[in-house]
Design a protein around this ligand. Structure first.
Ligand code: HEC
Ligand code: HEC
Length: 507
């Protein structure tokens, strides 16, 4: 057992590199965000750069923040700097009055005031500072209120605002209030399963199958959106209200709409934080992983050469962090913000075409046989391969379940069976249960839920998207009917009566 002293000493050294490890040094209060495994594989300076980027952009667990340009409704009251009452020696604003379009909010010491700057302006200022060796003119664009006079309305700031702030600058008072509310609710209702960082490793997680979602990949399985789109905000709301039937993910029907909204935003916040960390790691690990450095050192023959390798590597790291890294941060953040906001556009919705036909009536795809018979035919066909995963009778026990599958890098998974993008074994649905996990929204027809699973696939899992590719809309509807047959609907229809004598012509 290391002594307390040695722990705290080590922590004080490491904390410079790794803010997340600070938890070991402080009293058990609010948890901290945990660094991802991917980030741990990078060289210390790059790890630190990513940690401080995450801290700057997303704040801490008790004080979550998001930049204004992220599609996260983080809260806050808009205003403009009405007058500048005092400046510091270098001319930066330290005391202000703010004008609000509506009623002035109650401001107290400790509240935050944020100047509205667009991401390009910040990037430009950062790059200029990197080139000239000065301090970026864009920081700090968020400062804390030291004092507020109710009589004069003058706000005194704890530190001067950035160079770019001036009279008339738009600002946000108390930004991130919604995120804070979301955080409090998350702590109460979600953390035990999804963990503070959203990695899905909460204290109750080990008991659950499927495991609570690791939100850091930003992938949601059950969405109303197209195959390559993110989840919409509405999807998140429906998910939280309705839960995921057939899994441990509860329905939070005790929560009001405002609470659901705050939680939906906080869920997006945790996803984006995780995705940005991941994105920066992926960009950085090509050249700056510990492995790359170790390989180079191994190749060096003499001690002298090793020293040179180290020096050159350090130089490259510094150059990377100064020039490329800020742009990479910008690109990764921008792409992500765009993807999440696109998911809320009507074009991203997966449209369910037509309507469910009568199962015992003729198939619209194969009018010579019934919809159910064609559904069965397609289900067992070698082109759709449903049975290879879901099994001949739909019990989720197809051949693929016992086969050892390949990882994306070509190596074998340790456990046999299908895997999802989180690296966990995922079992094809037992279709005889009639429980559909995508059915969070009680106002949605279950047939539509099943149609969407087949048409758009299930994100992050091997369940393929058949729509617009291998199956026509009518064929998918026939399959939907057959899935209901497998689940016990159509009590009067025997399985044998659905056998197609002559194979129906394939599309
Ligand atoms: C008892 C454990 C538990 C609690 C509490 C819990 N979840 Fe979950 N959650 C799960 C499990 C398990 C899954 C994964 C189900 C699956 O893979 O099909 C999940 C999945 C999710 C997903 C992914 C949905 C999708 O379509 O992929 C999100 C987002 C989520 N939970 C958010 C939350 C939020 C926010 C809260 C708190 C309001 C919460 N969860 C509370 C267990 C839990
Ligand atoms: C490569 C394997 C694979 C194939 C092929 C496959 N599925 Fe799936 N399917 C899955 C897995 C895995 C899941 C469970 C995903 C999850 O929710 O975690 C699933 C889930 C489903 C669900 C459940 C949806 C819900 O909301 O619960 C339905 C319905 C379904 N599949 C139908 C089909 C049909 C019909 C076909 C053929 C046209 C098919 N599947 C082909 C693997 C497969």
């Amino acid at each position: 057992m290391p002594s307390f002293l040695s722990i705290s000493r080590r922590c004080s050294i490491i904390s410079v590199v790794l803010l997340s490890l600070l938890s070991g040094c402080t009293k058990p209060q609010d948890p901290v965000f945990i660094e991802s495994e991917k980030a741990k594989g990078l060289v210390p300076d790059v790890r630190q750069a990513i940690a401080s980027e995450l801290l700057d952009t997303f704040g801490t667990v008790p004080a979550p923040e998001s930049p204004l340009w992220f599609p996260i409704e983080r809260g806050g009251i808009e205003g403009k700097i009405r007058s500048v009452k005092e400046r510091s020696e270098n001319g930066r604003i330290t005391r202000i009055k703010i004008r609000y379009p509506e009623e002035a909010p109650e401001v107290v010491a400790g509240d935050v005031i944020e100047i509205v700057l667009d991401p390009e302006t910040i990037l430009e200022a950062d790059l200029k500072a990197a080139e000239e060796g000065g301090v970026s003119a864009a920081y700090p664009y968020k400062v804390t209120v030291a004092e507020f006079s109710k009589i004069s309305g003058i706000i005194t700031l704890t530190e001067p605002l950035c160079e770019l702030a001036e009279k008339g600058s738009p600002c946000i008072v108390k930004p991130n209030e919604t995120l804070r509310t979301g955080r409090e609710l998350y702590k109460q209702y979600c953390q035990k399963c999804h963990a503070a960082t959203g990695d899905g490793n909460g204290p109750q997680a080990h008991m659950l199958k499927p495991k609570p979602r690791d939100l850091r990949l930003g992938v949601l399985k059950y969405t109303s959106t197209k195959t390559n789109s993110k989840a919409s905000t509405e999807d998140l709301r429906n998910l939280l209200k309705g839960g995921i039937p057939g899994t441990a993910m509860p329905a939070f029907q005790i929560l009001g709409n405002h609470e659901i909204d705050a939680l939906a935003q906080y869920t997006k916040y945790l996803s984006m934080r995780g995705e940005i960390e991941r994105g920066l790691c992926i960009e950085s690990e090509i050249d700056f992983s510990q492995e790359v450095l170790d390989e180079q050192l191994e190749e060096a023959e003499s001690a002298e050469e090793k020293r040179e390798v180290k020096e050159q590597f350090q130089k490259d790291v510094e150059e990377y962090l100064k020039i490329d890294f800020p742009e990479i941060v910008f690109d990764v953040s921008f792409d992500l913000a765009e993807k999440w906001s696109e998911a809320d556009e009507p074009e991203s919705k997966f449209e369910i075409p037509g309507s469910r036909p009568d199962g015992t009536g003729p198939s619209r795809a194969e009018p010579s046989i019934s919809s159910l018979a064609n559904g069965k035919f397609l289900y067992l066909s070698t082109s759709a391969q449903c049975a290879s995963c879901h099994g001949l009778t739909g019990k989720g026990d197809g051949d693929q379940v016992s086969k050892v599958q390949k990882k994306p890098d070509g190596s074998d998974y340790e456990e046999p069976g299908l895997h999802d993008v989180w690296g966990n074994v995922v079992v094809p649905r037992d279709l005889t249960y009639g429980v559909f996990h995508g059915a969070s929204n009680p106002s949605e027809d279950i047939a539509d839920v099943v149609y969407r699973a087949i048409g758009a696939g299930i994100k992050g899992t091997p369940m393929p998207a058949y729509g617009g590719k291998s199956l026509t809309d009518d064929q998918i509807w026939d399959l939907v009917n057959y899935i209901f047959f497998l689940a016990g609907d159509y009590k009067d229809v025997t399985p044998e009566s659905l056998d197609v004598k002559k194979p129906a012509a394939k599309k």
